[in-house]
Design a protein around this ligand. Sequence first.
Ligand code: GLN
Length: 486
Amino acid sequence: MSLHTLTIAQARDLLKRREISSLELTRAVLDRITALEPAIQAFLTVTAEAALAEARQADAAIAQGRMAPLTGIPIAIKDVICTLGVRTTCGSRILERFVPPYDAFVMQRLKAQQAVMVGKLNMDEFAMGSTTEHSAFQVTRNPWNTACIPGGSSGGSAAAVAAEMCLASLGSDTGGSIRQPASHCGVVGLKPTYGRVSRYGLVAFASSLDQIGPLGKTVADCAEVMQAIAGHDPSDATSAPNAVPDYMAALNRGVQDLRIGIPKSYFESQGLDPQVAAAVRQAITTLERLGATIVDVALPHTDYGVAAYYVIAPCEASSNLARFDGVKYGLRDGGADELLDMYRATRSQGFGPEVQRRILLGTYALSAGYYDAYYRKASQVRTLIMRDFAAAFQKCDLIASPVTPTPATPIGAHADEPLAMYLSDMYTLSANLAGIPGISVPCGFSTDGLPIGLQLQAAHFQEERLLAAAQAFEQATDFHKRKPAL
Ligand code: GLN
């Protein structure tokens, strides 16, 4: 048996029955990384030695009867999440040698269960991008077609799961960065409600939008990781005190009681690829056949979402990234004689073009005289988008839509047109503006064999409904069983 092909649920069963050890499982995953990483380039750091040591400890715990749901399971982490003693670069030159002196909250949770970390995953620099081409270090490839992008910014997280170089991973989602790469790589990705998962130790991009969430081979695996990382954390002021439900128990609730809203306008937008539209429509028909009730909903302000997001996110980024000044963290240019020259030289070398573009945009939009015209206006649009969702969720329990307008594009396709890349976030970023949860689940393939995802969104803290519907859909279809030919 090739152990890297297991789901978390399957691996746990075998570990529990002592038919395999975590050491064997971890070795199989590390071998897979060695074999495929040259072609995929999903990892920025592989922590092989530490992983084997953690696996041995997990095996000892299992032998003593101390087994948590993720004990001994090989997981990989987006490189924007701080890992004690393990380099955390955010895909940026400026943090190329940054080794955090502490673990993010989510890492503490995974370690408490004795999950095994196999490495840190590539991403667009500071999570700004939708292709993983904006990493300072390497371009991650889509396992379904290595000439295509894996999506982004959590492209490494999605590609590593799709190529079975880990059993599950963590990503972060500020405007779609978990759901969109999950969709492009044919895996499941869950963006939780704002405040559901602590961001303590997540390097901030846009603090009013950022959330950490899981990517996995199946809905159940995402639920399992979600169960481990969700919950209140006093170290994150935005962490919600709400009790964490039993996500695993919610999985088999089915869709019979659920009303699924379809925003008609989402299917009328010009950029929507007909193959994506057809796959998503077919998925909606499947959900209806499984017992869901389909209703029309209106989200009239979605059209302004891209514009509002690309003001708000850069504004917050320009403020958050001010700390990378060559003094407190990371890279410093040693050649300058004066402080301002040192800042300029450090930040010019340390940040790539996309990050510089966002900082310029955000600083401009926040400057005296422009604040009202841009930031305030965008915040008002954000309120309208929140109200759209609130009204829609009076009529339905879930909203179904595409994740992205097209399947994964060829590497380099958007190289000179950032606006085209921004527009491709149209279906995902409104969830971040509203703070609601969303999931991407495989729902088809293009004629070129590239995966297509179905997005489901729910009201705040309704992750259980997302998981139940996604699980019902997954059980009724076999898109998740197809594997890329690697
Ligand atoms: N693609 C979006 C951006 O470039 C979203 C990124 C994200 O969710 N981190 O900002």
